[in-house]
Design a protein around this ligand. Structure first.
Ligand SMILES: Nc1ncnc2c1ncn2[C@@H]1O[C@H](COP(=O)(O)OP(=O)(O)O)[C@@H](O)[C@H]1O
Ligand SMILES: Nc1ccn([C@@H]2O[C@H](COP(=O)(O)OP(=O)(O)O)[C@@H](O)[C@H]2O)c(=O)n1
Length: 677
């Protein structure tokens, strides 16, 4: 996830490939419970691995269900052998359910009906989340539930039920607080419906009907066909029995899919590749937002689908403007507003009044931000009318405000395909965490920039502060980081360990050795050589000298050339070294030559080594540093020198933060966005 203040999307040209969307949380936990209650073994594909599914799985194991493997492993299904509608007599368990409402409520209902001796506990926040309406409904039936803390809230104790008073009267449950109570009853009461129908009556207006729809659909896959009488009464027919469907796929969140469906409609692929494959949700999805596919098709998208996948390619281009009542797809319809930027006329999205009361006033937010890009937007109480910029010249480079609304951020990523070649800035990109923390990573994984991905080069002599400052600049911009010196350090270390003398004669052997080695950098910048963590070993002064020796060999530099260029990836890269701007990335839009006096550098290096627990001596350090400067500057292959278009930054006096700010200011001056207020 990008934690930066903003994220600059370079102008994008093409997109193709496949995106695996994470499984939906509410579907995952429903499927787990239904599989546990069923007869037979269920193989669950694409289960979400999250805190909430982990506590559910642990609880099911505690109740005696066989779960293999014990943990969710990416790409591997989970198998659950169910209890076939009954627990052993006097079953007993203490279940810790964290803060997972999707586990606490349905499990409470199911266990209260099954009977036994159970304690349902969780984290303190769970004890502030009401469950009284569900407990009241279950007590009407004859279930035995006690509050162990505050009445109306978990923790709970569940005992043996007494159903002798259970008549034909409907069971009443409030529907206007949380639809999870109704979901919980709908999943528990089939256990009681062997001899006669069970009727649930909703008191108050039922909220979140799409979620009840999901529950009903999943129940039917597990053999229970509930009669839905106008969303006010639900009848579970006599003779209902949970039966495993064998295999079941957990769908991804259908609204998350909308951005990639739109992407497939907007972008063509590069080099013969075609289309976007969305894995995790298919057109037979049980989620209401899947009908976004029809709207995207009306605008021109070509969509094919199979079990849990969609494939989208560009059809009509420009896209076709539409006039649509969006009441059935309130969340996904926002994505249509971004698609409207690429349409052949004015698009009208109607019946979207609910947008006004979401994370932000989404009608106002979309209108404001679309206008920043150059679109003409008319905004009404419950509609949005969008006319794209008339020509490429009418597009504007915009810094998109995201209002702490994940969907605004995701929608506007699509503006980076504009015909004007402009980048797009997304402010506060971490707001996507609400539903899709790795959205931008997934987006960058399939999109390609129209020009070489931006690189900021920071070159300079040893201990001038390159590594420290490059790391901070990369962090602020969400860019990848290339510590090129580490590659020479690794090479020196690998050669020494292999017993190869670091002489010019041996350069081909050293180059060969490094080509065969497996070099890795972890996200927290630890350095791996053939799987071994050598982060500390390459930082000794010995390793520094060896690095500077092997770095003088053209064969070694040649071997490392492509390795370094391969670090270039969206949204950008900061490269730190000696020849980033002169040899490796000569086309970089910003090159900085960072210097500081030799004395200043020696002193900083001294402090740095001591703080890492490595031994150091000031006089030796100064001499070594000067020797290394001389070797780096005077060698024939890629000598250390400023690129002709480099900006010089003397880091002897100022603080680290001042140097970082100077580089960020230079970067900002190269961007087309208006200065931030
Ligand atoms: N402007 C500065 N003021 C104080 N210390 C600095 C400054 N710039 C860098 N340093 C410190 O100098 C040391 C060497 O910096 P480093 O980033 O390792 O240099 P390089 O990568 O150029 O060899 C680090 O401990 C760093 O924190
Ligand atoms: N792009 C680069 C980076 C490092 N190097 C060499 O690799 C050595 C170690 O690089 P480094 O950046 O880790 O060293 P320090 O600047 O931290 O001392 C340097 O002394 C250079 O000789 C290089 O030649 N080209």
């Amino acid at each position: 996830m990008y934690q930066t203040a903003f994220l600059d999307l370079p102008h994008l040209a093409t997109a193709s490939g496949s995106v695996q969307l994470p499984g939906s949380k509410s579907i995952s936990n429903r499927v787990l419970l239904l599989a546990a209650l069923s007869a037979g073994t269920t193989t669950i594909h694409d289960l979400l691995d999250s805190d909430d599914t982990r506590v559910m799985l642990a609880a099911l194991r505690e109740l005696g269900c066989q779960v293999t493997p014990a943990q969710v492993t990416p790409g591997q299904p989970v198998q659950i052998t169910g209890i076939d509608g009954a627990l052993p007599n006097n079953a007993r368990a203490q279940l810790f359910l964290g803060n997972a409402g999707t586990a606490m409520r349905p499990l409470t209902a199911a266990l209260a009906v099954l009977g036994g001796h159970f304690e349902m506990t969780g984290v303190p926040r769970m004890y502030e989340r009401p469950i009284g309406d569900l407990v009241d409904a279950l007590r009407q039936l004859g279930c035995h539930i006690d509050y162990l803390g505050n009445p109306g809230y978990p923790p709970l104790r569940i005992g043996q039920p007494n159903f002798s008073q259970l008549g034909d009267a409907p069971i009443a449950v409030r529907g206007d607080v949380s639809s999870q109570f109704l979901t919980a009853l709908l999943m528990a009461l089939p256990l009681l419906a062997s001899d006669s129908d069970i009727c649930i009556e909703v008191v108050g207006e039922l909220i979140s009907k799409p979620y009840i729809h999901i529950t009903l659909e999943l129940l039917s896959r597990f053999g229970i066909t509930v009669r839905n009488e106008g969303w006010q009464r639900f009848v579970i027919p006599a003779g209902s029995r949970y039966q495993s469907p064998g295999d079941i796929h957990v769908e991804a969140d259908a609204s998350s899919a909308s951005y990639f469906i739109a992407l497939g409609a907007i972008a063509t692929g590069a080099g013969g590749q075609n289309g976007i494959q969305v894995l995790g949700v298919g057109q037979d999805s049980i989620q209401g937002d899947i009908r976004f596919v029809e709207a995207a098709q009306a605008m021109g998208a070509q969509v094919t689908s199979g079990p849990n996948w969609l494939h989208i390619t560009r059809g009509a281009w420009p896209l076709k403007a539409i006039d649509l009542d969006c009441n059935h797809i309130p969340d996904a319809a926002m994505t249509l507003a971004s698609m409207a930027l690429y349409a052949d006329g004015t698009t009208t999205l109607r019946n979207i009044a609910s947008w006004r009361v979401k994370e932000t006033d989404r009608i106002a937010a979309m209108a404001t931000e679309l206008r920043k890009l150059g679109a003409t937007v008319e905004e009404g109480a419950d509609f949005l009318r969008i006319t794209p910029p008339a020509t490429a010249a009418d597009w504007r480079a915009a810094s998109i405000h995201t209002y702490d609304d994940h969907r605004v951020a995701m929608c506007f990523s699509l503006a980076a395909f504009n015909p004007a070649g402009l980048p797009v800035r997304i402010e506060d990109p971490k707001c996507v965490a609400k539903t899709f923390p790795d959205y931008f990573e997934a987006f960058f994984g399939v999109a390609q920039a129209s020009r070489p991905t931006p690189v900021i080069c920071i070159d300079g002599p040893t201990a001038s502060g390159k590594g420290t400052i490059a790391g901070l600049v990369a962090e602020r911009l969400g860019f990848a980081l290339l510590d090129s010196g580490a590659l020479y350090r690794i090479t020196g270390l690998a050669a020494s360990r292999a017993g190869i003398a670091l002489t010019e004669d041996n350069a081909p052997a050293i180059a060969d050795l490094i080509r065969r080695s497996h070099i890795g950098f972890t996200p927290d910048q630890r350095v791996l050589l053939d799987g071994e963590d050598i982060s500390l070993a390459i930082r000794t002064e010995d390793a520094s000298m060896n690095a500077s020796r092997v770095a003088a060999f053209p064969a070694v530099r040649e071997a490392l050339l492509q390795v370094q260029r391969d670090f270039r990836r969206l949204p950008g890269l900061v490269g730190d070294g000696r020849d980033m701007g002169t040899v490796i990335f000569p086309d970089a839009p910003l090159k900085v030559y960072l210097t500081a006096t030799a004395e200043c550098r020696a002193e900083r290096r001294y402090k740095q080594l001591i703080s890492k627990g490595l031994s150091a001596n000031m006089a030796d350090l100064l001499a070594d540093l000067q020797a290394r400067d001389a070797r780096d500057m005077n060698r024939a292959a890629a000598p250390l020198k400023p690129a002709e278009d480099a900006l010089h930054l003397d880091n002897s006096e100022g603080t680290i933060e001042q140097a970082v700010q100077q580089i960020l200011t230079w970067w900002e001056q190269r961007q087309p966005f208006a200065p931030r207020a």
